[in-house]
Ligand binder design. Structure first.
Ligand code: BMA
Length: 317
């Protein structure tokens, strides 16, 4: 069986951050098709002999939608022309107006899509699933309105699904909470996981990023943090390690960011100064990571690292 190609570039000698950028970034640029103006916060997983993903993109009315896309190499992508249409489990059509920030997670034989859409005129976390990438089912509002940045753990832990989430901005809240569920439908036992940083890159709000990655030290969490400045918000990437058996325990959390907007495609665009991670591919054999992040709400970029480099950096910073 041929090995699936893993997107990779070695660390340049002059790299200063623990995540280094792909030299040909962005991997998907603005105006990816004649119908779409932007493509950014998106999520990929291995599939057949390549990768499959759910992509956040905006048609020319700038109403955000999510699209299915495929890739053979993790570097070039084919997007469907039509956005994904969900139906509820009882057959009703989904009537949400917008969808954004998808995270795609495989658990068993099912692919879950955790994303935001509108519910009662507020953003809220939705959970959809598919087994074949043809029919997309949506659960009937598992989270209340005004919740965002849902990040589902890729396996049950002690018989429970776990979800990281943030109460949305309108509640003036900006911390990451943990929610528990036995069936993905009913969530509860909410607890505070990580607060905003008192100062610095995550002082305004923080939110989940990529699906947590199980490592020898625990769950590696790559998340985003937002700083408010007199020029607006800056979205950077941070890292933490959560206990393997009880992820409500934060073992380590890096005070330093892992990557911040620096390159022109990150600082300038539809919304400048945004690096927003939504997924990471893991090469099990080598521990290499390919981290996909939306840049300036306009394009998709790729950053590389390894599990060991990130664990070391998070523990030592
Ligand atoms: C957040 C989310 C992200 C977006 C970011 C910067 O609130 O909406 O999708 O990338 O703002 O605009």
């Amino acid at each position: 069986m041929s090995k699936r190609p893993f997107p990779w570039e070695d660390r340049p000698k002059d790299a200063v951050d623990p995540i280094w950028r792909y030299s040909l970034n962005p991997v998907m640029k603005r105006n990816p098709t004649s119908k779409l103006s932007q493509v950014y916060n998106s999520s990929l997983v291995p599939y057949e002999d390549g990768y499959i993903g759910i992509f956040r993109a905006e048609p020319r009315d700038l109403i955000t939608k999510i699209f299915l896309g495929r890739s053979k190499d993790g570097l070039t992508f084919d997007l469907d022309e039509e956005p994904i249409h969900f139906v509820y489990e009882d057959g009703r059509m989904d009537d949400s107006q917008y969808q954004y920030d998808p995270r795609l997670i495989k658990i068993g034989g099912t692919y879950y899509i955790v994303y935001c859409d509108d519910f009662a005129n507020l953003a809220s976390i939705s959970i959809g699933y598919t087994k074949d990438f043809k029919t997309f089912i949506k659960l009937a509002h598992p989270f209340p309105p005004d919740s965002r940045n849902g990040v589902l753990f890729p396996q049950k832990i002690n018989g429970e699904y776990l979800m990281l989430y943030r109460i949305a901005d309108s509640a003036a809240a900006g911390d990451i909470y943990l929610a528990r569920s036995k069936d993905l439908r009913y969530w509860g036992e909410y607890s505070l996981l990580m607060k905003r940083t008192p100062y610095g890159w995550g002082k305004k709000k923080i939110g989940g990023g990529c699906t947590p990655i199980l490592t020898k030290e625990g769950w590696l969490l790559i998340y985003h943090g937002v700083m408010d400045t007199c020029n607006g918000l800056i979205y950077s990437i941070g890292g933490a390690i959560l206990d393997k058996d009880d992820p409500s325990i934060v073992k380590y959390r890096s005070k330093a960011y892992l990557l911040r907007p620096e390159r022109s495609y990150e600082t300038t665009g539809h919304v400048g100064n945004v690096c927003f991670p939504c997924s990471a591919l893991v090469d099990e054999e080598t521990g290499r990571l390919a981290i996909y992040y939306g840049a300036s709400d306009d394009c998709i970029c790729l950053g590389f690292s390894t599990i060991d480099i990130l664990l070391d950096y998070i523990k030592n910073n």
